[in-house]
Design a protein around this ligand. Sequence first.
Ligand code: 1MF
Length: 184
Amino acid sequence: MYGLVNRALEELIRNQHGDTAWEAIKARAGVKVEVFTRMDGYPDSVTYSLVDAAVEVLGIPGDELLKAFGRQWTLYTGREGYGPLLASAGSSLKDMLMGLDDLHLRVGLMYPDLKPPSFRCETLDEKTIELHYHSTRAGLGPMVIGLVEGLAQHFAQPVSIRQHLHAGAGSDHDSFIIVMGETA
Ligand code: 1MF
């Protein structure tokens, strides 16, 4: 994944748990990189090792860490110069969710090594959608929950979200039930 992702993870951990925790996590993960470069590609195993090591060092469940990371992502990218890109992708939570494939298409035109996930919205009723998530990467469902919560916060639109389909468990992908105007 692009270094941008590892940098966002680094910032989350440094801010919430301190610099010493981050150094311990990097050492435990066996990651020798001093500074992640935003636009360099790193093996996905670097990110997964950092997450695994963080779970051990911080003693928090992996799902919680991934959710926090998802919530952080849109804030972080908004600050790091992708605000206009995000703003152009939709002016409400639903628009944004429906536009995620377009957004990744545009990012992919600039950064050809992107391996974007794919999202599809299925309308269940006037306030409920099922968000289908297809990815080349395993185990990141909880991160998507955080991403949607982060977007909802940005638009000040309360939502509740829970995972519905689980990849591998009789399904080829994850999906999430999102109820608009309702808090968890
Ligand atoms: O393949 C990749 O490197 C990659 C990196 C980030 C693929 C996707 C993403 C974004 N995605 C992270 C979780 C990926 C999970 C998966 O692969 O299944 C979050 C997607 C997302 C979901 C909901 C709402 C918003 C979302 O993201 C918005 C977004 C997406 C991509 C970027 C920024 C915001 C982005 C911008 C530049 C990138 C990489 C990603 O790369 C750079 C960075 C700096 C200089 C050059 C290239």
